[in-house]
Write a protein that binds this ligand. Sequence first.
Ligand code: OGA
Ligand code: ZN
Ligand code: ZN
Length: 486
Amino acid sequence: MALSVHLLRPWQKLLVGSTASVMTSKWSRCSSVLSGNRVRMVEKSPNSTDPETSQGVCTIHGKQQQQATPISRAVFPPQAVFKRRFSALCGSSEVQEGALIMEKVCLNEAARMVEVEWSGGGVSRFPYVWLRDNCQCPQCFNPDSRSRLVLMLDLDVNVSPVRVEVQGGSSLSVEWPDGHQSQYDRHWLRERCFSTQALSERQRDWHRKTQLWGADLAHNLPKADFPALLTDDRALYDFLIRLDSVGLVLVQNVPCDVGQVEKLANRVAFLKQTCFGKDFEVVTKMNPSDLAFTSVQLGLHMDLPSYNYTPGVQMLHCIEQTTGEGGDNSLVDGFNAASQLKEENPDAFRLLTTVKVNFNYVGTDHHKYFFRTRQNVISLDDQGEVQSITYMDLSRSSILDLPADLVQPFYDALKAFNTIMYLPRNCLSLKMAAGELIIFDNTRTLHGRSAYSPDSGTRHLQGGYMDWDEIYSRMRAIKADLGIED
Ligand code: OGA
Ligand code: ZN
Ligand code: ZN
């Protein structure tokens, strides 16, 4: 018979009188999670302790008991817990805390949570359903693929443990109504703590550590050595960290022939293919599919705003530079420009963060293409922080899906943003020499090019793209491999 009321007796040992049958086959065990059968409990003396472990043990009790005081001190003293941050960059890192001991454990039936009291003070509360869903035994979790085997189809979201105990201070043992046994390691649990402090620590780690910059970055440009990037994982990691935080790195000592952007991308993961193919040659061409393949000025822009899955990062490798005037690249931190716009012209900022702009890109290059998207020029994340910039004059559509009265204010806002971008304090100019490569965040760092004369020798860049998911993944993998601390 299912028990309707289950109340907490904190840190007391209760004995189990289990009537649940232990199922033997893998699938009958898993599917029995569905049943949610509960067992009858017999209370033992309130002050007894577990003779084997001297650790807290408890089970639920079938009769109405005194309601326990809810444990409200679930926030840890910061020095005792989370000495390291569980960076989003390395979400599953181990806690290096030798003295982390589980003192006691108890069921809080009112809250439907297992409560663990730690040696250093503080209590963690783990919801029943979450514990059952995240059982780490080989029937419930495949360690090779690190995948959950428990299907939602089979999960009883109302399941309650029949018995919990701490084993040796280091492992939480839970018995479920169908006899299934789960063990949870103390470090594993601590990394998944639901306390307010743990949640806010983890929330912080999802934020990008952005370093805003202006034109004076030219004196302090993040640089990397190409041969080192190809051979040294630590150098690659440091380079990617700078790429993430600054959004621009100059790579030097790159051989002056094609194929180098692919080599670099392959060290990270691979090139992102686009309508230009795997990579692309930026030279003056007959019948160019894009203005980049001419010698005219290119205004500040991102590449391929007309993609929903816009390339995260762009590389431009200078194989040959014009011997004449021009051909310089301009580079601007779009996040910095957006924050200045927000400060100086909040109405313009609000318009650019709310009004959708159409971008089109139609033509033939690698194949015949027709892209269209609808984007905010400045996109915000769920915390209201600038997340990405989508800006390109040449593929902004003439179809503007706005009420006519909003058009002038929209242009005023766009002009205000553009003016800030081009301010000398914001816009950095760089003329790459052959053997240099710039790599930048395509969703943040806007780039442009001054016009050059096609008669002053060949100008040849090779370009390629990568995605942030691949970059972050590679960074986490290197961080774990090399044991890099934050
Ligand atoms: C491009 C581009 C700049 C340049 O190919 O996307 O902006 O310097 N090129 O030619
Ligand atoms: Zn299991
Ligand atoms: Zn471009």
